[in-house]
Design a protein around this ligand. Structure first.
Ligand SMILES: [Zn+2]
Length: 308
């Protein structure tokens, strides 16, 4: 992707090196009972109050196991206590991450330009999301999160959260190298922000409370595929801006393939359990990204009527 030298977004919140994701961010646990599935805080996230966290981790572990793990997520809920202040900065960003931060800033700016134009075309303003860069763990309005969950969007504070080390993981663990694979990840999360504005996310989060896990998974797949389609719409826009290089779209399609539920599950456990899919199969994710890319029109991203 030809991104160097381009303008960066002013909506980047750099919290790298801060310590987050501790007990303060969990607040009361009321959110759990109201259907907000919070991110597990196990592993590196549980620095403080380990014993009191165990119960939470077990509960969340069960939910997480049932729903399956998938990078590129959106959080439900959003009725959290809001971000709490973070402690001192002690760590420096790892080497090579400043260029990544610049890259993220440019991609986010390009998504802002696209969605500002799309909203303006229907006479609306586009409230731009904030993108938070963090290391290891972070407090969000959706609760405390650990970087092991991958990049995610929190509707409660309209922020996208990403630990840039995910990009290394995307390359090495998920077999999806390339800067346009990285751009796809951001455009997908911004897609969830669009869904928060159009009402798709709030409706899903309301409806899922009276659904079985299997029904919620099926609905989640449609939500995720629409975010993939919106990422494709953005890729089309990036093409119009002459930002695409040879192989870029293939990098995004490869990423969509590598993080399809069936591919991920087969890699992790040797077999796939379709009723647990909550992001879509590799074929579905590629199809919807490509549909958005070909048309460039978010109106063609209706994943809620008919079969996906
Ligand atoms: Zn997603």
């Amino acid at each position: 992707m030809k991104w160097q030298g381009r303008e960066r977004s002013s909506n980047i919140e750099d919290r790298r090196g801060q310590r987050g994701g501790r007990m303060g961010g969990l607040g009361g646990l009321g959110g759990l009972g109201r259907g907000g599935i919070r991110i597990p805080t196990g592993g590196r996230g549980s620095r403080g109050g380990i014993s009191s966290l165990i119960g939470i981790v077990v509960v969340l572990g069960i939910i997480w196991f049932a729903t399956g793990q998938n990078p590129l997520d959106m959080l439900t809920g959003g009725s959290g206590t809001g971000p709490s202040s973070s402690a001192s900065s002690t760590q420096l960003p790892a080497q090579g991450q400043d260029e990544l931060a610049d890259f993220v800033g440019v991609v986010v700016k390009e998504t802002e330009d696209l969605w500002n134009a799309q909203f303006a075309a229907i006479g609306e303003n586009y409230p731009e999301p904030t993108v938070v860069l963090f290391t290891d763990a972070v407090n969000t309005a959706c609760g405390a999160a650990d970087s092991s969950v991958g990049p995610f969007y929190c509707p409660g504070d309209s922020k996208v959260y990403i630990d840039l080390s995910f990009y290394d993981q995307l390359h090495r663990q998920f077999g999806a190298p390339g800067d346009f694979a990285q751009a796809y990840v951001l455009a997908h999360e911004v897609g969830h922000h669009i869904q928060n504005l159009t009402g798709v996310l709030p409706e899903f989060n309301r409806a899922r409370q009276s659904m079985s896990q299997e029904e919620a998974n099926a609905w989640s797949v449609r939500v995720e595929l629409q975010a993939d389609c919106y990422a494709g719409v953005w890729a089309n826009y990036a093409g119009q801006q002459n930002l695409l290089e040879r192989g870029d779209v293939e990098e995004a399609l490869n990423a969509a393939n590598q993080i399809g539920d069936d591919t991920l599950q087969k890699r992790m456990q040797g077999f796939a359990v379709p009723k647990t899919f909550n992001h879509g199969t590799s074929a579905q994710r590629q199809t919807w990204f490509e549909r958005g890319y070909r048309s460039g029109n978010p109106g063609d991203c209706d994943t809620f009527s008919g079969n996906v």
